[in-house]
Design a protein. Structure first.
Length: 75
């Protein structure tokens, strides 16, 4: 019985987007393990506070992620 853990920065994804993440990740696992396992495939989304996630030695914020998603350059 798989458990898929997803870590995201807080306030980047709304409830509907999180539901989509759960649905699509479950579908991906079921495509590998078979439909009978859908009911025991777990997806857990954990949010990390803005600025408490770092990449390349720099803290990453909610605002920076939203700018990146909008196609803006993030320094």
């Amino acid at each position: 019985m798989p458990l898929i853990e997803v870590h995201v920065i807080e306030n980047v994804f709304d409830r509907a987007q999180k539901e989509q993440i759960i649905e699509k990740l479950t579908d991906a696992m079921v495509s590998v393990e078979g439909e009978n396992m859908r009911g025991v495939t777990w997806v857990k989304i954990s949010e990390v506070a803005s600025g408490e996630w770092g990449i390349g030695g720099q803290p990453l914020t909610t605002e920076a992620i939203k700018e990146l998603a909008a196609g803006k350059h993030v320094a």
